[in-house]
Write a new protein. Structure first.
Length: 645
């Protein structure tokens, strides 16, 4: 998760956090200290999550914490017992989620405190993405950063009170004691604070005009480019100077801006050259360094260093689907066959490593192997390499991946290019083809050994993420008929399993033989986007009618006078309506839905639908001027409007 700072923090939030943290530090001495070593895991009592269809929730089913799911019954229980709700959100492949489970949620003392004084709720953020997104937003706005595991205390009537990410067990125990004491001492003050926070952060704007100002869009283009280049790492690519995330929505919008400008005289300006250079640098670094699995393909979620060397080793379906689409688009814009090859290899990774028994794809691969080693599945010691490869092969990969000396990680070497194939061939005085063939032999040998290792997989099928995959396979279909076949199979799976034709609704997920939850805004938006691409490819009336129904349901369910909502029947009293939904690691679902609707309306010559999309775009001018960087997908939708560019 990209850590984001918000300029809109008010004095209210500083005061609120000061009260909480002052209490924490003042009472720290009296709170009992514990450590991870004291965690008692022997009780193994089953709770309500035991054997849940979600692998993430199921793994908490034997915690001594009496976890419950987020629903109306939970809030009613909190109201009846007059307790704060403790919501902990995470996901199966999250490293720090596993750490906090081991250190805190399997600790009998912490569990006893949670069970006695709070209503503990566990959330699979992949299943309840709308709740997670709002809690992430709340925590970012009040703390200045966020991520997973995400831990938020909520009042019995549904107002978020205070949020935090990973907390060491000794500090977590202090937080629990202090919040419980403050709740018992003056719960009204805390309730008033939580309600005031939600009131300040829950405002929405709607527009009655479909006439969008070209001057405004031109201004936004300049602001977005300025903010992007100001955050750009000109040496290593990507944004920021610490952890490096792919940030596909931002890179995709920069690609579109560059594509719009390259055919004009302005394409020769210094700014356009900066955009081009930055995009190529970022694309090359992400593909050649440690963010990408150099043996099996596929991208990890993010790198923990500015040079893309060491990743957090979980692999997510959504990252790989989005990055495949990004590299296909970049291949077209820059006429670069290597980018197309990277996109193909990313789709091959999805097919080979995220396959399930169905045509759909699994959510993620864990960062931690079956031996409890983060990255262990991907790492190689010098001794292992010597046992598998001959001396000539060792020499080649030592030069290619820079493997001389002691491995940088405890589990062994993680591969990242230090020279490209042409440089390697020159160094070895051999042809490029010869070196490529040798590297292919090395990869086959190492992958054969790696196939015997075990890496846990979350086989939960998520509608939104599979829709992103469908879009990527359709992008690849014009180059490879096998990808078109995969797309066709996936379309039929959506039709038969994830779409209820009688109720005219999407499912959120499917796992272990059960449907899990109702579709959210992102499920409908990303599915509509994929179905539009599929209809344009196949030109079948039945696909157009289905797409039209998905669009109709999406607007009906998630947009109205209050702005955008992320899911129906939200119980959280925060973010009840949003003017624009910002990007996360995923594109903004509202922006994707608007762009898809607009494109469909032009193809079908539906003037009413065109006006609907344009009115939804014609909002949030001040927010976008201030923080265009965080609304990249909304700007991308504006770029598609006829006559504005």
């Amino acid at each position: 998760m990209l850590m984001m700072s918000f300029n809109r923090k008010s004095e209210f939030f500083h005061l609120f956090l000061l009260i909480i943290m002052t209490g924490l530090y003042a009472q720290a001495v009296s709170a009992k200290n514990i450590s991870a070593d004291s965690a008692a895991t022997g009780s193994a009592a089953k709770n309500a999550l035991y054997q849940h269809a979600s692998p993430y929730l199921d793994m908490h089913g034997r915690d001594p914490v009496r976890w419950q799911e987020w629903n109306s019954k939970t809030l009613k229980q909190a109201q009846q017992q007059n307790k704060l709700i403790f919501v902990s959100s995470g996901y199966f492949s999250c490293h720090w989620c596993h750490v906090m489970q081991r250190e805190s949620y399997q600790n009998d003392e912490i569990a006893k405190l949670l069970n006695a004084n709070f209503i503990p709720v566990k959330v699979d953020r992949e299943l309840n993405s709308a709740l997670d997104a709002l809690l992430i937003d709340f925590t970012e706005r009040t703390q200045g950063h966020s991520g997973w595991p995400l831990n938020v205390f909520i009042t019995p009537d549904g107002y978020p009170l205070v949020g935090m990410t990973y907390v060491p067990p000794e500090n977590f125990l202090k937080v629990l004691n202090i919040l419980n004491q403050q709740w018992l001492k003056d719960k009204n003050e805390l309730i008033n604070m939580a309600q005031a926070a939600s009131a300040e952060l829950s405002t929405a704007e709607v527009s009655t005009s479909s006439k969008i100002s070209k001057q405004w869009v031109d201004e936004l283009n300049k602001i977005f480019i300025y903010q992007s280049l100001s955050s750009a790492d000109e040496l290593q690519g990507g944004f920021g100077e610490q952890n490096k995330f792919p940030n596909v929505p931002k890179l995709m919008t920069l690609l579109e801006l560059y594509d719009h400008s390259k055919s004009k005289s302005a394409s020769k300006t210094e700014v356009n050259k900066q955009i081009r250079d930055f995009l190529i640098l970022s694309l090359n670094k992400m593909a050649s360094q440690g963010l990408r699995d150099q043996l099996g393909g596929g991208f990890y979620r993010y790198a923990v260093d500015p040079g893309w060397q060491i990743p957090h080793f979980e692999k997510m379906l959504y990252d790989n689907a989005l990055l495949a689409s990004l590299y296909y688009r970049a291949a077209d814009i820059f006429e670069n066959k290597n980018y197309r090859k990277i996109a193909d290899q990313t789709l091959d990774f999805i097919v080979n490593d995220l396959a399930t028994a169905s045509p759909a794809f699994a959510a993620s691969l864990s960062a931690v192997d079956d031996q409890g080693v983060e990255g262990g599945y991907y790492l190689w010691t010098n001794e292992q390499l010597k046992q598998i490869l001959n001396k000539q092969e060792i020499k080649i990969i030592s030069l290619y991946w820079g493997l001389s000396g002691v491995a940088e990680l405890e589990g062994g070497h993680h591969f990242a290019e230090v020279m490209n194939v042409a440089e390697l061939a020159k160094e070895l005085k051999r042809s490029n083809d010869d070196v490529n063939a040798q590297l292919m032999t090395v990869r086959k040998k190492l992958l054969k050994v790696r196939a015997n290792r075990v890496l846990p997989k979350d086989e939960k099928i998520l509608t939104a993420w599979n829709a992103l995959s469908l879009s990527a396979f359709i992008s690849g279909a014009k180059y490879n008929l096998q990808y078109k076949k995969k797309a066709a199979n996936l379309v039929e799976y959506f039709r038969s399993r994830l779409w209820d034709s009688e109720k005219k609704e999407l499912q959120r997920a499917y796992s272990r033989g059960a449907s899990l939850g109702s579709g959210t805004l992102e499920d409908y938006a990303f599915t509509a986007q994929a179905l539009l691409a599929w209809w344009q490819l196949e030109k079948r009336d039945e696909d157009r009618e289905w797409l039209e129904m998905v669009l109709q349901q999406a607007w009906q369910r998630f947009y109205g006078p209050q702005g955008w909502i992320l899911a129906e029947n939200m119980l959280l009293k925060y973010g009840s309506g949003q003017t624009i939904v910002s990007d996360s690691p995923l594109p903004s679902p509202s922006s994707v839905l608007i762009e898809t609707t607009y494109q469909f309306s032009l193809l079908t010559k539906d003037k009413a639908l065109t006006d609907k999309a344009l009115r939804a775009l014609n909002v949030g001018q001040q927010d976008m001027r201030e923080q265009a960087f965080f609304y990249a997908s909304q700007l991308r939708a504006l770029l598609k409007v006829d006559g504005l560019n």
